[in-house]
Design a protein around this ligand. Structure first.
Ligand code: NAD
Length: 361
C-alpha cells in the first residue's frame, strides 16, 4: 500500500521524536510491503522563523493532499522565546488551531494506557493500578462551550459574563459514529459522558447517541454523568473502553486520565475529520528544556504513528506490530529518563527508537 504522509516536525523535541516515529513506520513498511511517502511542512515557531506566520496556506494544502499528518510538537519556552512577544494570532499555537480548523478535525482521541511495567508511575493505590487500564477518550473538538457565543457586560457597576454551550444533532451524530466505529476496533464498549440531569445540550447528546447506538448492536453503550466519571477514573479506570464526550468535559477528563497513567512521554493522540484523514501527535508539548539533547521519550509519537496506521489506513496488524514492540522494549527493561526506574537501563531518544525498530523487525 502507498501511504502519503505529511510530517510536521515542529519545535523543541519535535524533530527528534518525529525522526524516531518515521524509523518505526519504515520498519513496518519494510516488513509488510508498504511504501511511505513523507513530505515535511513547517508549523509553529519553525514556520514563524522562516515565513513570519505559524502556518502558511501552502503548508495547509500540502497537509490536505496527504492521507494523514504526523506531528511532533510546536511551541517554545513561553517566558523566554521571542515567539511569545508576537500577537496571539501569530504565536506558534495559533498554527495548531488553524490546521485543526482548516482540516475540519472535530474528533480528538486520547488513549490512556497503564502499562504493567510502568505501574509504579501511576499515582493510584496499588489495588487499583495492578488491574491496569486501556481506555480511549473521544472528545468533540469544534463545538460546545469553547465555540459558543460569549460576552462580558457591566450593569450598575456589576460585571457579568455569559458563555453558551451549543450543539446541534449533526455535530453530536458525527462524533458518536466515530466513537462507535472505534469501539468496534477495541473492546466494544462506549461510555457516553454528559450532564443530562441538568443541561439541555446533554439531553440532546444522550438522545442522539442512543439513536446512533441502534446501528451498533454489537457495542455496549452506557451513559455516565460527568461528575461520576471524574470519580470513576480514579476509583476504577479498568471499567472504561471508549469514553465519548463533548468538548469541555473531554478537555478535563482527558487530562485527568493522562495523569493517572503517570507517564506523559507515553501518551499518543489523534484528531480526525469525517473521512479517514487524521492528524496524529503526542499529547505532550515541545519540551524546550530538553530539546536537542537526545533525552526525549519518542514513544508517544511512535504510538501516534501506530494510531495513524490503525485509524487512517485500517492497517491493524501493522499497528499491533508497533504497539507490541513498545511493550516488549519496556518489558526488556529499557527506559528514557522520564520513565526511568530502579533496575532498568537508561537510554536516549535515538536508542529507544532503534530498540523499538529491532523489535518490529
Ligand atoms: P511539555 O509537555 O512540553 O513539558 C512538560 C514537562 O514534561 C517538561 O519537563 C518536559 O521536559 C517533559 N516532557 C514532555 N514531553 C516529554 C517527552 N517526550 N520525553 C521526556 N520528557 C518530556 O509542556 P510545557 O512545558 O507546558 O510546554 C512547552 C511548550 O509546548 C509550550 O510552548 C507549549 O505551548 C507547547 N505545547 C505544545 C503542544 C502541541 O504541540 N500540541 C501541546 C502542549 C504544549
Amino acid at each position: 500500500m502507498e501511504l502519503k504522509i505529511t510530517c510536521i516536525p515542529g519545535d523543541g523535541i519535535g524533530p527528534e521524536i518525529v525522526a524516531e516515529a518515521k524509523k518505526a513506520l519504515d520498519a513496518v513498511a519494510e516488513k509488510y510491503g508498504h511504501h511511505m511517502q513523507y513530505t515535511d511542512i513547517l508549523m509553529g515557531g519553525a514556520s514563524i522563523d522562516v515565513h513570519g506566520v505559524p502556518l502558511t496556506d501552502e503548508a495547509v494544502e500540502t497537509a490536505r493532499s496527504a492521507d494523514a499528518v504526523l506531528m511532533g510538537s510546536i511551541g517554545g519556552d513561553t517566558t523566554t522565546s521571542p515567539w511569545y512577544k508576537l500577537a496571539p494570532n501569530l504565536r506558534p499555537e495559533a498554527g495548531l488551531l488553524a490546521i485543526r480548523k482548516a482540516l475540519n478535525l472535530f474528533a480528538n482521541l486520547r488513549p490512556a494506557v497503564l502499562y504493567e511495567e510502568l505501574a509504579g508511575a501511576c499515582p493510584l493505590k496499588t489495588e487499583i493500578s495492578e488491574k491496569g487500564f486501556d481506555m480511549l477518550i473521544m472528545r468533540e473538538l469544534t463545538g460546545g462551550l469553547y465555540f459558543g457565543e460569549r460576552k462580558t457586560t457591566e450593569e450598575n457597576g456589576i460585571r457579568k459574563a455569559v458563555d453558551t454551550l451549543t450543539y446541534d444533532e449533526n455535530e453530536i451524530r458525527r462524533i458518536a459514529i466515530k466513537g462507535f466505529d472505534i469501539a468496534r476496533k477495541r473492546k466494544k464498549k462506549v461510555t457516553s459522558v454528559d450532564k443530562a440531569n441538568v443541561l439541555d445540550s446533554s439531553r440532546l447528546w444522550r438522545a442522539v447517541v442512543e439513536e446512533v447506538a441502534k446501528d451498533y448492536p454489537d457495542v455496549i453503550l452506557e451513559h455516565m454523568l460527568v461528575d461520576n466519571c471524574a470519580m470513576q477514573l480514579v476509583k476504577d479506570p479498568a471499567q472504561f473502553d471508549v469514553i465519548l464526550t463533548e468538548n469541555m468535559f473531554g478537555d478535563i477528563l482527558s487530562d485527568e486520565a493522562s495523569m493517572v497513567t503517570g507517564s506523559i512521554g507515553m501518551l499518543a493522540s489523534a484528531s480526525l475529520n469525517d473521512t479517514k484523514f487524521g492528524l496524529y501527535e503526542p499529547s505532550h508539548g515541545s519540551a524546550p528544556d530538553i530539546a536537542g539533547k537526545d533525552l526525549a521519550n519518542p514513544i508517544a509519537t511512535i504510538l501516534s504513528a501506530s494510531m495513524m496506521l490503525r485509524y487512517s489506513f485500517d492497517l491493524d496488524k501493522e499497528a499491533d506490530a508497533i504497539d507490541g514492540a513498545v511493550k516488549q522494549v519496556l518489558k526488556d527493561g529499557y527506559r528514557t529518563g522520564d520513565i526511568m526506574s530502579d533496575g532498568c537501563e537508561k537510554v536516549g531518544c535515538k536508542k529507544m527508537g532503534d530498540l523499538i525498530v529491532e523489535r518490529i523487525k
